[in-house]
Design a protein around this ligand. Structure first.
Ligand code: 9B3
Ligand code: ZN
Ligand code: ZN
Ligand code: ZN
Length: 419
């Protein structure tokens, strides 16, 4: 009997020695309708290790904002007791995270190594797809390695557009800043395929790509994304090491030069929203920032894809000040989410980051905007918390189709209003 147990254990460990399991972990949603509830939530964060899913740190918890948070197995009983005793309104969003992680890969035809637009692809599969797709469409696409990550992985930008022989204005779009937001890289892959596939038949796409180029970075945080496949599905940050700390990684959406580390970010290297030791400390952020600075004259719009919450955000997030073209951005965002909703009825909210999601500094959209790119948007894709980061593969297609409408709406607006 003992031997059998031991064998079982050995087998489990051999199956995947590095991969972290989340058996019995729960995700709660607290609806703080009073200051008391906010204080209560702070109290919980002090006594237990809590992974904030939305908002993404305790500093952003405020009255009337739902808080989704993950609690490790050893703290669940304690936390659930406290929640029950508090009399505050809460739900259990996810009863057990581990099966959810396994069920996310629900595409029956999936193969581990074969690329597919309707499954989640790992980093190697995405890189092989990037190379072969660009090679197959070299009349329409080109590939630039814009830098390498902390662990030495390449970071690619794909340029897509009709070749006119002249330099064209461009729209920059990145995915996969946050490692665990898997639907984001899936969308960038979908976009590339859809752009090539509909050029020539769809008049809007044809006009956009005749006039402008798209610069698409399918995955920025390549180390973090790899790590979510190999070790920890819940990883968000980069993987860099910092002297004097055992905690790894910087939040790559708190590392940009936009009110850096003043609000909604942490200077604690162990925090999920760690802003880093200085602005652009992360090689991945440097790679994108340098690339955008270099092509600043041609880049007319900046789009960045995250999940989850179903939101279309625009500057500012680091201040309550309104963007100089606030009314125009508001109108574009409204148009984008209305067309998105027209397909499957998916409801998005929209507005400046500071008032729509939370006050937070160091984000890429604010940085791009202050650099002079006047059309700058962050998308938070599906869902609103039923699956959260574990959005099933069966939702990739509808999510990407509806998001495509919003991105095309913005691209079309920019194409027709070139400055
Ligand atoms: C955050 C900031 Cl700081 C910004 N400028 N724009 C959008 C966001 C929201 C994303 C984040 O990094 O927390 C959502 Se995952
Ligand atoms: Zn170039
Ligand atoms: Zn994100
Ligand atoms: Zn998000």
């Amino acid at each position: 009997m003992k031997l059998l147990c031991l064998l079982g254990l050995v087998a489990a460990v051999l199956a995947d020695p590095a991969i972290q399991r989340f058996d019995g972990e729960k995700v709660f949603r607290l609806k703080p309708t009073s200051e008391r509830a906010v204080w209560f939530m702070r109290g919980l964060a002090d006594i237990a290790t809590i992974d904030f899913w939305r908002p993404d740190s305790i500093d952003q918890v405020a009255v009337d904002i739902d808080v989704d948070f993950r609690v490790g197995v050893k703290d669940i009983a304690k936390i659930q007791d406290l929640l029950d005793e508090s009399g505050l309104e809460y739900e259990v969003l996810i009863e057990d995270l581990q099966p959810m992680i396994e069920q996310q890969l629900d595409n029956k035809e999936r193969s581990a190594t074969q690329h597919s637009y309707i499954k989640y692809n790992d980093m190697d599969t995405i890189n092989a797809w990037i190379t072969s797709t660009v090679a197959r469409n070299s009349n329409f696409m080109s590939l630039t390695e814009i830098g390498t990550s902390y662990e030495g992985r390449p970071i690619y930008a794909i340029k897509i557009g009709a070749k006119t022989g002249r330099s064209k204005p461009a729209i920059f779009m990145d995915c996969g800043i946050h490692a665990r937001e898997w639907i984001s890289p899936a969308f960038c892959q979908w976009f590339v395929q859809e752009a090539i596939g509909t050029y020539g038949s769809d008049p809007t796409m044809t006009n956009i790509l005749d006039t402008m180029d798209f610069l698409v970075v399918p995955v920025i945080n390549v180390d973090g994304y790899s790590y979510t496949w190999s070790n920890n599905r819940m990883w968000r940050k980069t993987r860099s090491r910092k002297p004097g700390s055992n905690c790894r990684g910087v939040d790559p959406n708190r590392n940009w030069d936009a009110g850096w580390c003043t609000v909604g970010a942490s200077s604690n290297p162990c925090a999920e929203t760690y802003c880093g030791p200085q602005v652009e400390s992360e090689k991945e952020v440097q790679a994108i920032a340098n690339f955008i600075r270099l092509h600043k004259k041609s880049i007319k719009a900046y789009l960045t894809i995250h999940s989850y919450s179903q939101m279309c955000l625009f500057p500012y997030s680091y201040t309550y000040d309104l963007a100089s073209n606030h009314n125009e951005l508001n109108k574009i965002a409204k148009g984008a989410i209305n067309t998105l909703a027209s397909l499957y009825g998916t409801q998005y909210t929209y507005g400046p980051g500071a008032t729509t999601i939370y006050l937070a500094a160091g984000g890429s959209d604010d940085w791009a905007y202050d650099l002079g790119i006047k059309y700058s948007f962050t998308f938070e894709l599906r869902d609103t918390g039923r699956y959260g980061f574990m959005l099933p593969e069966s939702q990739i297609k509808p999510t990407c189709e509806e998001t495509m409408l919003a991105i095309k709406y913005i691209a079309n607006y920019v194409t027709n209003n070139l400055y």
